[in-house]
Design a protein around this ligand. Structure first.
Ligand code: ADP
Length: 503
């Protein structure tokens, strides 16, 4: 309370905004055009900072810097253990600045600083540390081949990586893509989302302080159709890794196809099912459904927005869920200690989510809780009530499309087969959850569901060593885990004759 008084009624220190320019070749610079854009506080809609706005010319400069660092610089040429040492220092610096980073991220994205520190910044540091340890363990294989030859493979850094990230977990997204790229020995240009450009700029200067050479990590805040598109279609970018919407993922692939055919990796939308069986503990099932839908205000690609509940548990589940939501608080995460859920990231997302909620009402789904703006939050800020629809059928738009907000759809099912069939009846295939005490049922779901990750009696649990990425229209390619390195490496086969002249 004392601390809170000192902060003028706030629970957390407001961050100072120190880095608002483009980070190119180790320096903060203005955009070539001199243009800037505003980043806003989702709690109020007020401007937090004006940030340099990169366009094609700036992306060109950043790619040139990265190209030069890759073609002539020391980063791809130094030993893996030395790269690992620098990356571990980078992870240390992230941990040392965790409070400041968490506050900055929370202000920019409408998050809760304490949770952001533990989850977003914790994962970012964890990923840097994990791949720091991987940097000296990248090696190829020996090949026996035919009688007169032998061969081996080299796994070489691919070159300049283009990294385009979204606004829902900006710090974690930055790190889970930058860390394996650094470990592989690549240089990179990062385009953060226009809604949340601040943390990536903070990370960039920490990378420099840790000893990452200039030009290896460049950050170009700006808009998608300008800066993002310039990066995706650049002839001198060797690969692109993207996390964001399925629509934009398609544009990124097109940009690659129409430029230099760079490999593209996409982590896209989802409509992930959580399947709850009759034998589950109802309280645990409710808790899982709540966090799987309302954590980070539902702004999570892997949110379990289709909750399938078996018929014997359905009405009990509904009752307990309605009860549970009474103690779920939406509010300003900086000043309300009870707040479980902050504001949506910006006005556009706020309006989009509200229009989906209206759509659900019109389609004939029943509102169990929520359904609009919370009265207690006044008129300012992009707050939305956690909303649960029941009597949802799969032909409804709210059951098919990704809403990316605090909206849960409850659907009743009868048998295991039916649950599996319905869970798979989606264009997406990112995550899935199963809640049951029956190991056989859990295993059947695990084996049958088409998803990149399946959680059994838990949800959202992730880790640096746990590959993450989807199937179907949720994209392809893995972030995190050792497989993530492959995206940033090229395999070169080398063949030598066993005798001087086999011919
Ligand atoms: P969301 O719908 O969740 O806002 P987007 O897919 O629009 O996600 O955005 C994710 C990232 O992709 C952001 O950094 C955004 O600026 C970028 N982006 C948007 N449009 C394009 C585009 N045409 N080309 C490249 N990047 C883009």
């Amino acid at each position: 309370e004392e601390e809170k008084k000192k902060r003028g009624g706030r629970l957390f220190e407001m961050p100072e905004i120190r880095f608002t320019k483009l980070f190119i070749n180790g320096c903060f610079v203005d955009a070539a055009s001199g243009r800037t854009f505003e980043t806003r506080d989702p709690r109020t809609g007020d401007v937090i900072a004006t940030v340099a706005e990169a366009d094609k010319d700036d992306v060109d400069s950043a790619v040139r810097a990265a190209r030069d660092a890759f073609d002539h610089g020391e980063w791809p040429r130094m030993s893996g253990s030395e790269r690992g040492r620098i990356m571990a220092r980078f992870a240390d610096l992230v941990e040392q600045h965790a409070d400041e980073l968490a506050a900055l991220e929370s202000l920019d994205a409408g998050k809760h600083p304490a949770i952001t520190k533990a989850v977003d910044i914790g994962n970012a540091a964890g990923s840097l540390r994990y791949f720091a340890g991987a940097a000296d363990k990248i090696h190829g294989e020996t090949l026996k081949m035919q009688a007169q030859f032998q061969g081996y493979t080299l796994r070489e850094p691919l070159g300049v990586a283009g990294i385009i990230i979204p606004w829902n977990f900006p710090s974690t997204m930055f790190a889970i893509k930058v860390a394996p790229a650094l470990a592989a020995g690549c240089a990179m240009v990062v385009k953060p989302a226009e809604q949340t450009p601040l943390s990536a700029l903070f990370f960039a200067q920490l990378a420099k302080r840790a000893g990452v050479p200039d030009g290896v990590v460049n950050v170009v805040p700006g808009f998608g159709p300008t800066a993002g598109a310039a990066l995706a279609s650049h002839m001198d970018v060797d690969m692109v890794t993207f996390t964001g919407s399925t629509e934009v993922g398609r544009l990124i692939m097109k940009a690659s196809a129409e430029s230099n055919l760079k490999p593209v990796y996409l982590e896209l939308g989802g409509k992930s099912p959580l399947i709850i069986f009759d034998d589950a503990d109802v309280d645990m099932a409710v808790e899982l459904a709540v966090s799987a839908n309302f954590f980070n205000k539902g702004e999570a690609c892997v949110a379990a927005s289709r909750v399938y509940v078996q018929e014997g548990m359905y009405s009990r589940f509904e009752e307990k869920l309605a009860e549970r939501m009474k103690s779920w608080v939406v509010g300003d995460p900086f000043s309300d200690a009870r707040a479980n859920q902050g504001p949506q990231v910006d006005k556009a997302q706020y309006e989009r989510v509200l229009s989906y909620i209206d759509h659900g009402k019109r389609e004939g789904a029943t509102l169990l809780t929520g359904g609009g703006r919370p009265a207690a939050c006044g008129h300012k800020g992009y707050y939305i009530e956690p909303t649960v629809f029941t009597n949802v059928t799969e032909d409804m738009v709210i059951a098919k499309e990704e809403i990316f907000g605090p909206v849960m759809c409850l659907i009743k099912f009868k048998t295991v087969e039916e649950a599996i069939w319905r869970a798979n009846d989606s264009r997406y295939g990112l995550g899935a959850g199963v809640v049951t005490r029956d190991v056989d049922v859990a295993n059947r779901v695990v084996r049958s569901v088409r998803a990149g990750v399946v959680w059994v009696n838990c949800y959202f649990a992730m880790g640096s060593d746990c590959p993450f990425g989807g199937r179907k229209m949720s994209g392809f390619g893995k972030d995190e885990g050792m497989h993530a390195l492959d995206k940033y490496l090229a395999i070169k086969s080398v063949v030598t004759p066993l005798r001087a002249s086999p011919w």
